[in-house]
Ligand binder design. Structure first.
Ligand code: NAI
Ligand code: MG
Length: 325
C-alpha cells in the first residue's frame, strides 16, 4: 500500500525545512505526497488561514508532515491536530551530537495526553471578574494514553516509565488518570514510577538520566516537555508527533523563525527527525532508524547550519543527509 502524506509547509522557514524532509522521505520510502496550504500567507490571500480543503485533505490522508505557521498557529495547528484525531503528543527530548546541551545525558520521551485536561476549552465567565475553567479527565482517554505510553516504552527500549500527576490536589480528575495508568502498567506486569508533576519538574533538571518515558496529562506534558527541551539545548533539533488511531501529524517543535526566514539557512534536522517519526508511525522502524543515524552523522561531522556554528545552507544539510542514506 502506498500511504498518502499531506505536506503543509506553512510560513517562514516551514517553506525551507519541509522540502528538505520530503527529499529525505523520497530517498527512503514510497509515499504519495499531496501538497496543501495553511498559514498567515493563506489568510492574507484567501481570508482563512486553514482552508476547508486543507482540513479535509488532512482528515482523509494517512499522515501529514507540517512545517510551522506564524501568528495563525492556534487557528491552524489546533484544528489540524483534531483533524488527525490525535490522542497522543509524542515529544522526545534527546541531546544530539554537535549541540551544546545543558544535560547531554538526557533521553526522555514525553507521551502527552492531547485532547483533555485543562485544554478541553471549557471556560466560563461567571461575572466580570470571575472566570472558571473545567478540567476534563476520562478513564477511557487516560487508559488510551497509558497504553500508548507503555507500548512506546516497550517498543523503543525504555526501562523507566513514569506517570506524572497531581492527585494529591486534583483528587478526582488525576485520581482517574493515575488509576487508569496504574491499571495498564499492572496488567502489563511492568515496573513504573509515579511522580507529582511539580516535583518532577525539579527532578528532570537534577537527574534527567533517571527518566525514560513520561506519561502525562495534557498541561503537564506541555510544560514538562518544554523544560526538558531546555536540557537538550536545540529547539531547532526537536521533532514531535501527534498520533491518532489511523492518522497522524508530524511537525518540528520550532516555529517560523522570522529572523532567518528566506535566507535558506534554517536547520532542517527537526523537520527530518519529524519525518523519521512519521516512518516509525507506519511501522518502518528500520528506515526511521537509518534516517536518525544519518541526521546524527551530519550533526556530528557537518556540514551544519549557522545555528550550530556552521555556514552550510538548508539544502547542503539535506543533501548530506540524503548522501548518507
Ligand atoms: P521560533 O521557533 O520560530 O524561533 C526561535 C529562535 O530559534 C529563533 O531565533 C530562530 O531563528 C531559531 N530557530 C528555530 N528553528 C530553527 C531552525 N530550524 N534552524 C535554525 N534556527 C531556528 O519561535 P518564535 O520566534 O517564538 O516564533 C516565531 C513564530 O512562529 C511565531 O509567529 C509563532 O506563533 C510561530 N510558532 C509556530 C509554531 C507552529 O506552527 N507549530 C510553533 C512555535 C511558534
Ligand atoms: Mg508548548
Amino acid at each position: 500500500m502506498t500511504e498518502t502524506i499531506v505536506v503543509i509547509k506553512g510560513d517562514g522557514i516551514g517553506q525551507e525545512v519541509v522540502p528538505a524532509a520530503v527529499e529525505v522521505l523520497e530517498a527512503v520510502a514510497d509515499f504519495e505526497f499531496v501538497e496543501r496550504e495553511a498559514g498567515d500567507y493563506v489568510r492574507d490571500e484567501q481570508g482563512d488561514p486553514l482552508p476547508e480543503d486543507t482540513y479535509e485533505t488532512v482528515r482523509n490522508a494517512d499522515a501529514t508532515l507540517f512545517g510551522a505557521v506564524g501568528e495563525t498557529a492556534a487557528d491552524v495547528v489546533l484544528p489540524l491536530r483534531e483533524a488527525v484525531d490525535s490522542f497522543a503528543n509524542v515529544r522526545p527530548a534527546r541531546a544530539y551530537p554537535g549541540v551544546d546541551a545543558l544535560r547531554p545525558e538526557t533521553d526522555i520521551v514525553f507521551i502527552r495526553e492531547n485532547t483533555q485536561g485543562v485544554y478541553s476549552g471549557i471556560e466560563s465567565r461567571i461575572t466580570d471578574d470571575v472566570t472558571t475553567l473545567t478540567r476534563v479527565i476520562t478513564e477511557d482517554a487516560s487508559r488510551k494514553i497509558a497504553e500508548f505510553g507503555f507500548e512506546y516504552a516497550d517498543a523503543n527500549g525504555y526501562d523507566d516509565v513514569t506517570i506524572a500527576h497531581k492527585q494529591n490536589v486534583m483528587r478526582l480528575t488525576d485520581g482517574v488518570f493515575v488509576d487508569a495508568a496504574r491499571a495498564v502498567g499492572d496488567e502489563r506486569g511492568v515496573d513504573y514510577d509515579e511522580k507529582l508533576m511539580d516535583a518532577l519538574g525539579m527532578l528532570l533538571l537534577l537527574e534527567p538520566e533517571e527518566y525514560g518515558v513520561v506519561i502525562c496529562p495534557n498541561l503537564a506534558g506541555d510544560v514538562l516537555s518544554d523544560v526538558a527541551a531546555g536540557l537538550v539545548g536545540g529547539l531547532g533539533l526537536l521533532p514531535s508527533a501527534n498520533v491518532g488511531a489511523d492518522n497522524g501529524m508530524f511537525e518540528p517543535v520550532h516555529g517560523t523563525a522570522p529572523d532567518i526566514a528566506g535566507e535558506g539557512i534554517a536547520n532542517p534536522s527537526a523537520a527530518v527527525l519529524s519525518a523519521a517519526m512519521l516512518l516509525e508511525h507506519f511501522g518502518y522502524e528500520e528506515t526511521a532508524g537509518s534516517v536518525r543515524t544519518a541526521v546524527e552523522g551530519v550533526l556530528s561531522d557537518g556540514p551544519t547550519t549557522p545555528d550550530l556554528g556552521g555556514s552550510a545552507t538548508t539544502d547542503d544539510v539535506a543533501a548530506a543527509i540524503v548522501d548518507r542514506l
